[in-house]
Design a protein around this ligand. Structure first.
Ligand SMILES: Nc1ncnc2c1ncn2[C@@H]1O[C@H](COP(=O)(O)OP(=O)(O)OP(=O)(O)O)[C@@H](O)[C@H]1O
Length: 250
């Protein structure tokens, strides 16, 4: 296997006394789709949010152990730089109440890009990658909040892609979308995985199995099993994984 994008060793996460992730050790492969699954409250979102330090602002939060992005300890990195490499898209589409173009160029501007032509090129490239360009190319100056839910979510993907990250973290990105928008998003995720590492939390097990190359199964803070989707579905090692996949609990 190539060098993993994330190397995680003995990661323990606490919110006050709550031990939310227990001794998690794993390596996340580059340019693959890894789905994070498990019952409610097992630590999926916590795990995802560790990876770009989104939990840092929670006063009761602390973690021990090591999380390395391409060999660099993320706690030693400037969070702004970390988040340039590790973008995130949330459950509910959350475009800024600004124009479509301003949404996409927000990140590049923060990172010092001012040239208008360059910003226009980034806008087009990012919107094309997010499969939204054809729908919005004539209305880049319109307010993003007028877009449909599915379009807003693809705009959030374009906004994340505009700073050329290595990793996209997706936290239940389709749970607020209708079935057609969900299907478009799934196709998009598959396309993007040629260029980006994608780590997706989803409650929808069928979706996880459809779109992922690897599956991580968490249960009450433990990483019970992490393997290729094929192996996990055909021959899970742990009985809890097998029962979860068979829908015995959810
Ligand atoms: N800000 C917080 N403060 C205290 N406890 C928290 C906080 N966020 C999460 N937890 C707790 O940590 C555990 C893991 O939560 P997390 O949200 O990561 O689970 P999850 O698997 O993503 O759940 P769900 O599928 O319901 O979204 C839960 O017991 C939760 O109550």
């Amino acid at each position: 296997m190539d060098e993993p994008i994330f190397k995680i060793e003995k990661l323990n996460v606490y919110y006050g006394d709550k031990h939310a992730l227990k001794d998690v050790t794993c390596e996340i492969p580059k340019k693959k789709v890894t789905a994070v699954v498990g019952p409610s409250g097992c630590g999926k979102s916590t795990f995802l949010r560790v990876l770009n330090r989104m939990n840092d602002l929670i006063p009761s939060y602390r973690h021990t152990g090591s999380v390395k992005l391409l060999g660099n300890e993320i706690l030693d990195m400037d969070p702004v730089i970390l988040r340039k490499h590790v973008g995130m898209v949330f459950q509910k589409p959350n475009p800024f109440p600004k124009t479509i173009q301003e949404n996409v160029t927000y990140g590049p501007r923060i990172h010092g890009i001012k040239n208008r032509k360059t910003l226009r090129e980034i806008t087009e490239k990012s919107l094309k990658q997010a499969a939204l360009w054809d729908e919005v190319k004539d209305e880049l100056k319109k307010n993003a909040t007028n877009l449909s839910g599915g379009q807003q979510q693809r705009l959030c993907i374009a906004r994340a892609l505009s700073v050329e990250p290595d990793v996209l973290l997706l936290d239940e990105p389709t749970s607020a979308l209708d079935p057609i928008a969900t299907q478009r998003m799934e196709t998009l995720i598959e396309e993007l995985s040629d260029k980006y590492t994608i780590i997706i939390v989803t409650h929808n097990l069928q979706q996880a199995l459809r779109i992922s190359d690897y599956v991580m199964f968490f249960y009450v803070g433990d990483l019970v099993e992490f393997d290729t989707t094929e192996k996990i579905t055909s021959n899970p090692r742990d009985q809890r994984t097998s029962e979860y996949l068979r829908g015995i609990f959810s």
